[in-house]
Design a protein around this ligand. Structure first.
Ligand code: SF4
Length: 406
């Protein structure tokens, strides 16, 4: 049986962060129950819904256009899937009641063959309470990913986050006591008011708390967000003038590389570090181009052969599911060319590198010419068939990708 990841999108937040323009909303709690019911219905009826959306999906169903034939991915009509990872992302899924999360997990257990190994909940630290954490663990949630972003209250406040440094110190022991022994922390390099000194403090506090997994992202400001608009048009309300420059952000990233490495975290993906054995099983599926099904408003799915996405608007999504209409609004067949680009791009994001020989054989292409200039420039390293980003160039990986995709 092939392994399958399930992603559940929960598009609700407590406030809107200044840099974000995701399709998430700050809504009344009364909106949660109908949303959860719609997600459960989508999960239970996914085979019929996907079939109606003309998605070729082989989770125990005969694929629509491939009966008796092998498809590009090597899957055939007999392919069966076993769900081993579930990821509740958002938004802020920890805003849902524990019973609502349990209900969604139950719907997955009923609708799909499963053997959950990793069930992740994205959470904001201030939403963690003892009873809630106990109920999460009872429901089967065994990994919590905190959007910490910083340990500086000044930076958190400027970014429009609800939690403060103290909430993290309160939340972590609650999770540990509940038996959740796989905790991930996200940090953002480049928040307004961040300095080399404050970044160093955030890294040191994070390491002292000993999470099993760490993600470090460089600040990405959406142009349509409040901070994005201020950066373009000027102003002081959202501290646009205090956003660190690109060189500083690269320096922050390099400091994270050094400190996390010294503390025993293995850098396994451009933005991700883990203690041995705690790499994110679910996220590895994205980087390895393995299949996943997404449920909820704006959720994306991938079957290797196709990608599709649900409507973003939560009300439109609930309306569609309740009235038996399709929530899928985009469906795309992945061409061999796109698949090749994705294999290179996603493969290079992983620090183990990409097996170029395997890709050349699979796609019938020669890639030496594409990598040679990058190797000569010292941006990538080649060892036999394996090509990987040079460690000291990880902070400028976007430039490498631009060169590679030319
Ligand atoms: S919590 Fe996440 S999704 Fe919600 S506004 Fe902040 S950055 Fe955006």
């Amino acid at each position: 049986m092939k392994r399958l990841g399930i992603y559940v999108q929960v598009p609700f937040c407590q406030t809107k962060c200044t840099y974000c323009n995701f399709h998430t909303g700050v809504v009344a709690k009364e909106r949660f129950a109908p949303y959860v019911d719609a997600v459960c219905k989508e999960i239970r009826e996914h085979r019929e819904l996907l079939k109606a959306a003309r998605v070729i999906w082989t989770s125990g169903e005969r694929p629509l256009e491939t009966r008796g034939k092998r498809v590009e991915s090597g899957e055939n009509e007999e392919t069966k899937y076993l769900v081993d990872t579930v990821y509740f992302g958002g938004g802020t899924p920890s805003l849902l009641e524990a019973g609502q999360l349990a209900k969604i997990l139950e719907a997955i257990r009923e609708a799909l063959a499963n053997e959950f190994q990793e069930v992740t909940l994205e959470a904001d630290p201030e939403t963690v309470e003892r009873e809630k954490a106990d109920a999460w663990a009872r429901a089967g949630i065994n990994r919590v990913s905190f959007g910490l972003q910083s340990f500086s209250d000044e930076e958190l406040k400027a970014a429009g986050r609800m939690h403060r440094r103290g909430d993290v110190y309160r939340a972590v022991p609650i999770l540990r006591a509940a038996g959740i022994q796989n905790i991930s922390f996200d940090l953002i390099a480049g928040l307004p008011h961040q300095t080399k000194e404050s970044w160093k403090h955030s890294l040191e506090e994070l390491i002292a708390l000993g999470p099993e997994h760490v993600s470090v992202y460089l600040l990405e400001v959406d142009e349509e967000s409040r901070l994005g608009k201020e950066l373009l048009a000027g102003g002081t309300r959202y501290s646009a003038g205090a956003v660190p420059g690109e060189d500083e952000m690269a320096e922050f990233y390099e400091m994270a590389q050094a400190k996390l490495g010294t503390a025993g975290y293995r850098h396994y993906e451009i933005s991700n570090w883990a203690k041995p054995g705690f790499e994110s099983k679910h996220n590895l599926k994205y980087w390895r181009r393995e299949p996943y099904l997404g449920f909820g408003a704006g959720a994306h799915s991938f079957s290797v052969r196709q990608r599709w996405a649900n409507v973003h608007d939560a009300l439109a999504y609930v309306g569609a599911i309740e009235s038996g209409r399709l929530p899928v609004e985009q469906l795309e067949t992945v061409t061999a060319e796109q698949a090749l680009e994705e294999e290179l791009f996603l493969g290079l994001r992983q620090l183990d590198g990409v097996d170029v020989g395997r890709i050349e054989r699979k796609y019938g292409v020669a890639l030496a010419g594409r990598f040679e200039p990058l190797t000569t420039a010292g941006l990538v390293e080649r060892e036999g068939d394996v090509v990987r980003l040079a460690e000291e160039k990880l902070s400028v990986s976007n430039e490498v990708f631009v060169e590679l995709m030319k």
